[in-house]
Every structure is written in structure tokens, then in C-alpha cells.
Design a protein. Sequence first.
Length: 150
Amino acid sequence: MKNILRQKVSAGIFGASLLGSLFFGGAAQAADDLTVLTSFGIIEDITRNIAGDKAKVKVIVPTGSDPHAYNLSASNMIDMEKSSLIVINGLSFEGYLERYLTQDKYAHKIVVASAGVEEQEFVEEHHAEKSADEHEHDDHDNDEHEHGDC
């Protein structure tokens, strides 16, 4: 339940941040001129829902492409230059963009969707469930080794 609440709060923070950037940031632009570039499909969908008809929303990584293995194209670079905002996931997801996003010309355009999200370490567990018979057998074997043959 706590994680669901955290996700809802994070989505609210992202939405407020994006809306603030769209309507109160930088120079005012007509909706026809306002272009928001997103890093990949999920962020594109969220941004479209928030922006509605107030902005044209485009995506860098095309649907069906792997965002982990993507390389920027020349048209992506042009879109980045022309966009009003660039919305990214953050948390080092956009490795293909990191080199470009650190340039001063993009600093005022970036909205990080994961801003305010507490980063958590991924821990993979490999515990196989044992049946009750296996547990009893393990206990029995341990008793024999501890006590020896009587």
C-alpha cells in the first residue's frame, strides 16, 4: 500500500512539474508552437494525458524499439533543438541521452518524471520453496550428523 501511495504522489509531482513547465515556464507560446519531446513511449503517453491539446507531444525512441539499446538519430537531435520541453524518466534510464542533456542549451528544457521518487536498490532473491517433506528430511539428516550412530 505504501508503494502505491508513493507512486501516486510521484505521478502528482510529475504532473504538477510538467504543467508548471508548460504554462508558467520560459516564454509563453501558442499551443501550436509548444512541442514536448519525451524519451520513450510510457513517458509519451503520460505527457499526452497531462498536456492534452495544449502541446504537440513527440517521442525520441519509437514504439517497438528498445530504449536500453537506442542510439539517437539526426532527426532526434533536431527535435531536441526545436522542442520546448524534454521529458525524461531519469534515474539513469536514458543512457542514450545523458551526454546531450548535460549541455547548457538543454538545461532549461528538461523535466525529470522521477524527480522526488525515492530510489530503491534492486535485490534479487533466489530462495526456492521447500516442501514440508524436504524440511523434515533435512532436520532428520542434521540430527543424525549431530548425534552420530548410537
